[in-house]
Ligand binder design. Structure first.
Ligand code: HEC
Length: 173
């Protein structure tokens, strides 16, 4: 029994490791980048997406998204988007939620309050620390959800796009 249990879990682990990323569901659709401007990649429908090279270099926005997610979302949604006892996994959520719905929830919040639970997602619509980086947070989480970005801080990223800091300063006011 022990032997079988062990090999079953090894097999399950191998399947999890080997599952090709393209078999994962992505609520926003095919994440393949077809264009980029100022370091931000877009998929064929024009939605923001990641771009991760074979050597692990991530696009600028995925890298910024990690930092902003960790500063503003992690305390409830757990490290690396994996969820916690306070809030659901966003790695899972983005397999069904699309970009527009994501923006709506982060801007306006979401509540699921009943006798047995009290789940409140705050509205961040007037918080520049979140809204000025909302695409970056989405792109980072989309990469996590698609299984192409490991846990933890990305080690290598594309350089800061020219003009990025000016846009950031203007947004932050
Ligand atoms: C104070 C805790 C808290 C913080 C901080 C927080 N969330 Fe949430 N979030 C929640 C809870 C609780 C829910 C579940 C609400 C529900 O079920 O209606 C939720 C739900 C969501 C959902 C919908 C998930 C689903 O499965 O429907 C998204 C998307 C989301 N949060 C994104 C974010 C992002 C992005 C940030 C950071 C900018 C963030 N949240 C910060 C508590 C939080």
């Amino acid at each position: 029994m022990r032997g079988w249990g062990r090999s079953a879990s090894i097999i399950a682990g191998l399947i999890a490791v080997c599952a090709p990323a393209h078999l994962r569901a992505d609520g926003t659709g095919n994440p393949a980048a077809v264009s980029s401007a100022d370091g931000k990649y877009r998929d064929k429908n024009g939605n923001p997406t990641f771009n991760i090279s074979k050597d692990g270099t991530v696009d600028w926005y995925s890298s910024v998204g990690y930092i902003r997610y960790t500063a503003n979302c992690m305390q409830c949604h757990g490290p690396d988007g994996l969820g916690s006892s306070f809030a659901p996994s966003l790695v899972d959520a983005l397999q069904t939620i699309d970009y527009r719905r994501f923006l709506d929830i982060v801007t306006n919040g979401k509540k699921n309050v009943s006798a047995s639970q009290d789940l409140v997602m705050p509205a961040f619509g007037v918080n520049p620390n979140v809204m000025c980086y909302i695409d970056a947070i989405f792109i980072y989480l989309r990469a996590r959800s698609d299984g192409v970005l490991e846990r933890g801080q990305p080690q290598k990223s594309e350089p800061r796009p020219p003009g990025y800091s000016a846009v950031e300063d203007a947004c932050m006011g």
